[in-house]
Design a protein around this ligand. Structure first.
Ligand SMILES: [Zn+2]
Length: 62
């Protein structure tokens, strides 16, 4: 399984070189925790983390 990278701006996970959510190329290999978001409108986690789009996110990016 290819290593996933986490976006430093929005924490989205990707296997590519560009963040699929915000388009940033500022990605990190050092991340912890995983949140899978299906329905950001009805998710407490989404509002706490300020996530707007469904997807997979890291909890902590360094
Ligand atoms: Zn991003």
């Amino acid at each position: 399984m290819p290593k996933e990278l986490a976006c430093r701006k929005c924490s989205a996970l990707t296997q590519g070189k560009v963040c699929p959510v915000c388009g940033s190329e500022d990605l990190s290999e050092n991340w912890k925790g995983l949140v899978i978001l299906f329905d950001p409108q009805n998710s407490d986690v989404a509002s706490v983390l300020n996530l707007k789009k469904p997807g997979r996110y890291a909890l902590q990016v360094s």
